[in-house]
Structure formats: C-alpha cells, structure tokens
Design a binder for this molecule. Structure first.
Ligand code: KG4
Ligand code: ZN
Length: 337
C-alpha cells in the first residue's frame, strides 16, 4: 500500500510517499526555521501562509521523487492534530481536496503517533509493545505503545514540554533560535557538574515531570550573576541544564520500564535529537540490558515520512476520515479522530 502523507502542524511543510508503513519512497521537507528565527520563535500566522505557498510544490516533488502519480497512490494521509490550528488546517484542507479529487481514502494522523512511527522507518525489527519517551516542542510523555494504534500515557509533563524547556532556557542565555539545537551544541563544550540545579518532581505522581522550576532556576542564576557583575560560563550552564533535563526524563523512563517489565525502549520527537539525551538513554539501557531504538537525526524533527508510516497502521485498523474531517489544536494520543 502506497500512501501520500502530508505534515504541516508547525513550521515544516512536508510530504512523503511511504510503502507499507516501512519503506520511504520519497520524503520532502521545506523548513521555515530561518524566517521564524528572525522573531525568536514560530509566528503562527507566518507559518500558515508559508504552508499555503509551499504545499503544492512540496507534494509534487514528493510524488516526482517517488516516481509515481496521484493515480498510483492508495490513500492520502495528513497530520490533523495536535499543532498550530492555522498550520494544521492548510494540510488538512489540501489533503481533503486531494482525496476528493483523486477518489482516494483519507487517513487522519495524530502528530505524536507519527513521531513514534519514525522509528518503524529506520528499524525494521521494531514492533509494539514497547515503552516510548515522546519529547517534542509541545509534549513530553512516557507512553506505553501496546499496539500500532494502542497507546497509554504513563507519565506527562505538568507544565513546559522538554523542547519548550530547552528553547526557553536557551533564549534566557541569549542563544540563537532554534534554542534546543544551540543549547545542545554549547553543552558539548561545558561541564555538566558545574552548576547544581533543582531536581523537579511531582508529588504523588512519580512518572510525571515538571520543567518550569528548572527553567526559572536558570533565569534566576543569570539575573543574580548579572547583578553581581559576574560572568556565567554559558557552555557550563548549558551542560548542567541539559544534564538535569535529560535525567528528569530518563530516570522516570527507567522507573516506568522497571515497573512495567518493558524490554524495549524507544525515543521519539524533536528532542530525541539531543546528544545528551541519546547518550544517557544508551548508557541506562545498556546497564539494564534493554533494547534501545532512537530515530536517525533526519527523522527526529517534523517530516512527512513518519506520517505515512503511522497512517499505514491506522489504515490497517480501519481508521479513515470523511470530508468532514477537521483539524484540532490539541488531542490526546490515545484519542481517535
Ligand atoms: O518534534 P518537533 O520537531 O516539533 C514539535 O512537534 O514540537 O520538536 C521541536 C523541538 C524544539 O523545541 C527544538 O528546540 C527541540 O525539538 N530540539 C532539540 C534538539 N533538536 C530539536 N532540543 C534539544 N536538543 C536538540 N538537539
Ligand atoms: Zn513534531
């Protein structure tokens, strides 16, 4: 089954052709990072406008790169939630138009399910059940992936997402957008033990996370140093902060793995590109003899290929939509369209 899949939930306009959920025939990503960088973050209205301008060209290129026409495609898939509503609506409206015009079934896909599915494209042997750390700009979840379309959230952030925590701290340190990537690069030059930062926990919910206190600690540390006329080593602060965020994530993930008897661990989402997180996951999984799968860096961020992978399994489960499909800015990963 060949699926044409579209992604426009944030600041990447992307399209791909995927065969049977596992084979990438084409994968085209047009990123708006440089333009949003001018404003220090994603400007939703600009994102929507760029998606509108780019989506036809990106889709045509995805079909051409795969050497197929719309007639060869078995279904059209699209990210329908969660994300920026104006951005999502561009992809959803376009996908509905294509589906109607070509007479092909329409498959709505949840963005976080797609991030998890990025791993199926890179690791043919990976199959549910497994335990997954889903860390993106908007979400931080510990998810039990019981089947390709069955999910249970075991832990979640109570405030900022991990990506947001990286981006906000980077901004406070004066690092360029996108903050997570800059912070990761600075951290590589610093000492993770240079600064003592709080170890946030949520009373009564050991698998839940909280990052706003950590971010505030960094902001306060910078302000206090400024008032005293002292300079702060940014690489050391980045390394210490990254270490604290990664431990908050991985310590809980390992606790969930132990409690649930999971043998396979997976990471997904934009933050799974973080080098500190990948190293810590590797170390802790090896120590416990757990199998670890992380997406290749090329599939960590938003792309159309991951949408096409998850869409295949949604199709097998009979999860199609009609032309009344709407986009939703928020939706739980265990909800159905
Ligand atoms: O999954 P994603 O591309 O978009 C959303 O669905 O949100 O994730 C974007 C997030 C941003 O917050 C970005 O700063 C973060 O992923 N990110 C990183 C790294 N690369 C991207 N955070 C830390 N280290 C990285 N290397
Ligand atoms: Zn994403």
């Amino acid at each position: 089954m060949k699926i044409l899949s579209l992604e426009s939930s944030c600041d990447e306009t992307a399209a791909a052709v995927i065969e049977d959920g596992r084979k990438i025939c084409s994968n085209v990503v047009n990123t708006q990072v440089a333009e949003h960088g001018l404003y220090g973050g994603v400007v939703p209205e600009i994102a929507s406008r760029r998606h509108t301008e780019n989506i036809v060209g990106v889709t045509e290129k995805a079909l051409a790169d795969a050497g197929v026409t719309l007639g060869d495609i078995d279904a059209v898939a699209v990210t329908a939630a969660p994300g920026l509503i104006g951005a999502l609506l561009v992809g959803v409206s376009f996908a509905k138009g294509l589906s109607f015009a070509a007479g092909k079934p329409l498959i709505p896909v949840h963005h976080l399910r797609s991030h998890i599915a990025a791993n199926y494209l890179a690791h043919p042997e990976l199959e549910p059940p497994f335990l997954c750390l889903v860390v993106s700009g908007g979400h931080s979840h510990i998810v039990s992936v019981d089947g390709y379309t069955q999910f249970r959230i075991l832990g979640r952030t109570r405030d900022d997402a991990a990506g947001e925590a990286f981006d906000k701290a980077a901004r406070a340190m004066g690092l360029p957008y996108p903050g997570g990537v800059s912070l990761d690069q600075e951290a590589a030059k610093g000492d993770p033990k240079a600064f003592r930062l709080p170890k946030p926990h949520v009373e009564g919910c050991p698998l839940d996370m909280s990052f706003s206190g950590l971010k505030t600690a960094v902001v306060n540390l910078l302000h206090n140093a400024e008032q005293r006329g002292e300079t702060v080593s940014i690489p050391d602060l980045c390394a210490s902060y990254q270490n604290a965020v990664c431990h908050a994530l991985v310590d809980r993930l390992m606790m969930a793995a132990e409690e649930g008897g999971y043998r396979t661990i997976v990471a997904a989402g934009g933050v799974s590109a973080n080098s500190g997180l990948r190293a810590l996951l590797d170390r802790e999984c090896k120590r416990r003899h757990l199998r670890l799968f992380v997406p290749p860096l090329s599939l960590c961020g938003d792309n159309g290929a991951m949408v096409g992978s998850q869409a295949y399994y949604e199709a097998l489960a009979g999860h199609f939509a009609g032309l009344d499909l709407n986009a939703a800015p928020s939706m739980a990963i265990d909800d159905e369209f």
